[in-house]
Design a protein around this ligand. Structure first.
Ligand code: ATP
Length: 348
């Protein structure tokens, strides 16, 4: 049974259709990311769930109750924004207790809940500080505690990590996910950062021009992208043009070799996608070997990214760094091993 249901949401600003026929069923306790480039409509979807925007058409329901036209304060929702939206003149404890105070809860209940929330975010000692006395990461934890204190039915996170530096971002994403699991709270997280979306979510919705291109577990989105956009937006993808030699069995010519894809293909030419980490130097244990000439060696630390020329087409591949391996030299001719099954057909 879906807990949060978005049915055929549309949002138009003037002549601009920003969200188009967007439907999503979210289970209770699920962590869903809306992932997409700037301007694809993800924040607008989130704002409709929060009640800051009224959908042009479509419906939203939470726990079986329709909320489409309710004001934000009539919905039981907690929200965390990108910029630290804490009240600067209130202490940490007052910020966390703010929602409960507005609801007119008894003082003792507020104090107990604030203490519980501060313990949850690991800031029990900082209740008397003011926001300016906190780091960015601490401020976002307080914003999270403030959103969670009134026990909302749904938690909405709008790029809450994007203003933080890289290290804090990674630790806070683990922390948010742990708290979300502990409370079992249904969560929608908006981000344009694919690593965040893939690492934190039960399911990811990849959005493109107001449409949900694909909804799936991170592993599915990455390994079985449903559209060309998803394939190119999530992860790094080589695109290679191949000539179809036999459409029925999926035999193609690529880089001077024939490869059997065991999939029916259209006649003519196809565009194939291949992740850099699916290619190896040498053909050991792999069903296909292409010959290429190394054009670029980029040492990135854990990984060495190589580029090779396959008769006019460029192929990037990743080698894991290791003490007993020497990267190939520029201009060296190499065999590039891959599995035919790892080639994605992304266009005809
Ligand atoms: P970003 O990551 O940049 O916030 P986004 O995917 O969240 O992007 P939205 O903020 O949902 O995108 O915006 C989608 C489109 O709708 C944009 O073209 C934006 O300019 C437009 N838009 C959003 N809010 C309004 C508004 N109140 N009035 C007019 N246009 C708007």
């Amino acid at each position: 049974m879906s807990y949060l249901t978005l049915s055929h949401l549309e949002k138009t600003f003037g002549a601009n259709r920003v969200v188009k026929d967007f439907s999503l069923d979210v289970d209770k306790g699920e962590f869903i990311s809306l992932l997409g480039p700037s301007g694809c409509g993800k924040t607008t979807v989130l704002r409709m769930v929060a009640g800051f925007e009224v959908p042009t058409s479509g419906a939203i329901s939470i726990a079986g109750k329709e909320v489409t036209r309710l004001k934000p304060n009539q919905r039981n929702i907690g929200m965390v924004f990108q910029a630290y939206a804490l009240f600067p003149n209130l202490t940490v404890a007052q910020n966390v207790g703010f929602g409960l105070k507005v609801q007119g809860r008894p003082k003792a209940e507020i104090a107990a809940r604030v203490a519980e929330m501060l313990a949850l975010i690991g800031l029990s000692d900082l209740g008397n500080r003011y926001p300016f006395q906190l780091s960015g990461g601490q401020q976002q934890r307080v914003a999270l505690a403030r959103a969670l204190a009134p026990k909302p039915q749904v938690l909405l996170l709008d790029e809450p990590l994007s203003a933080l530096d890289a290290k804090v971002r990674v630790s806070l994403r683990n922390e948010i996910r742990a708290i979300q699991r502990e409370l079992g709270i249904t969560t929608i997280f908006v981000t344009h950062d694919q690593e965040e979306a893939l690492s934190m979510s039960d399911r990811v919705v990849v959005m493109h021009e107001g449409i949900a291109d694909q909804v799936g577990a991170p592993f599915e989105i990455y390994n079985r992208p449903a559209t060309r956009f998803v394939a190119s937006f999530v992860g790094t993808l080589n695109t290679l043009e191949a000539e179809v030699r036999d459409a029925a069995t999926g035999r193609v010519a690529l880089g001077g070799t024939e490869i059997l894809l065991h999939r029916p293909l259209p006649e003519g030419r196809v565009t194939l996608g291949l992740r850099p980490e699916m290619v190896r130097l040498g053909q050991d244990g792999l069903d296909t070997g292409l010959t290429g000439v190394i054009t670029d060696v980029d040492f990135l630390g854990a990984v060495i990214r190589l580029k090779a020329d396959l008769g006019g087409q460029s192929l990037a591949l990743d080698m894991f760094n290791s003490s007993h391996m020497t990267p190939p030299r520029l201009g060296e001719t190499v065999v590039l091993g891959l599995r035919a099954a790892d080639l994605l057909v992304i266009g005809a």
